[in-house]
Ligand binder design. Structure first.
Ligand code: NAD
Length: 298
């Protein structure tokens, strides 16, 4: 078996590449990453059981069809992944996340191998009712260039499935939390844990304070990917997320572990901060000053 993982050194990839040898003994694991996020350490101490090769390559320029030849699955994790900063680098996000995914999908068609594409629950945006992968396109409300690029790539895969016979699975993952050697700390739960441990104020977007948000434990995401590889990509799209979690509930639980922590709500785009003393308060009042910030996004 040959499994190709693009973006292999990132938060998800660095854990996946360590689990593949145990889930699929004898698998040849082809890791690809352009190292743009400098996660060299993800290559350290790989399990001796694995049959690995690493290719430092950019999905936008490299000859992907040769790399994918003979693959039983391509797990396409390479992407620019920070939704918040994606507003400042729209073109780059579109280029890597959409054009890059298009190149990957085209190479999968040529190599006749299935593609596993992690999209995001961010394509749902803010909703008043429960939505899932069966909801119509009109219900999808991506709210960042990152989420838009993912949705556009999803649509492209559907078209290529119909027109060119591309086999693919789309997973709409909730925000990942959990540890890996290549993990990141810009997403909510990981960042909260870091801030709590370091005794820093926990920062929460003002608009997110009482929202239900979908999170997915990294081990669950990896199990989903392994299952899909094992079942040879049968259905798409899937939404994988843990139970939606109310941010304020998580913050309170963090407060039990680190009671000295303060919480800070931040507004975008003005980035004014509003401190709350301690984490236990259940007050839902809008703090003075917040109402003056007119253009707020989550
Ligand atoms: N982490 C999450 O919360 C989350 C949630 C939903 C979906 N996803 C999706 O899962 C995938 C992996 O996420 P992650 O958290 O591991 O991301 P990550 O940012 O930790 O890793 C992405 C990897 O891709 C590499 N990369 C970036 N541009 C590249 C390029 N042009 N060519 C080759 N490699 C490139 C980076 O160097 C990095 O190692 C992404 O597609 C992301 O959109 C992640």
């Amino acid at each position: 078996m040959r499994i190709v993982v693009t973006g292999a050194l990132g938060h998800i990839g660095s854990r996946l590449i360590r689990e593949i040898p145990f889930a699929f003994p004898d698998a040849e694991i082809v890791m690809m990453d352009d190292l743009s996020t400098q996660r060299y350490c993800s290559l350290f101490n790989l399990p001796v059981e694995g049959r690995y090769s690493f290719h430092q390559a950019d999905v936008l320029t490299t000859d992907l069809a040769s790399l994918f030849a003979g693959a039983d699955a391509v797990v396409h994790l390479a992407a620019i992944t920070d939704a918040t900063t994606s507003f400042e680098k729209k073109e780059q996000v579109e280029e890597v996340n959409y054009i890059g995914s298009k190149r990957v999908a085209q190479a999968c068609v040529i190599a006749e191998c299935p593609l596993i594409f992690p999209s995001t629950t961010s394509v749902y945006g803010t909703q008043d009712k429960v939505v899932d992968e069966d909801c119509p396109m009109t219900d999808l409300k991506p709210q960042s260039p990152y989420a838009e690029s993912k949705l556009k790539a999803e649509q492209l895969l559907q078209e290529m499935g119909d027109a060119e016979g591309l086999r693919f699975v789309i997973c709409r993952f909730g925000t990942i939390f959990g540890t890996s050697i290549g993990m990141r700390f810009h997403t909510a739960i990981n960042k909260f844990c870091w801030q709590a441990v370091m005794g820093q104020p926990i920062t929460v977007w003002r608009t997110a304070w009482e929202q239900d948000r979908p999170y997915l434990e990294l081990g669950d995401a990896i199990n989903a990917l392994k299952l899909i590889v094992d079942e040879k990509c049968v259905r798409s799209p899937w939404t994988y997320s843990s139970r939606a979690t109310v941010i304020i509930g998580f913050i309170k639980r963090t407060g039990l572990v680190s009671p000295a922590c303060k919480c800070r709500r931040t507004c975008l785009p003005c980035r004014k901060s509003f401190f709350r003393p301690g984490l236990g308060s259940s007050s839902r009042s809008v703090l003075p000053g917040v109402a003056r910030c007119s253009s707020i996004r989550p």
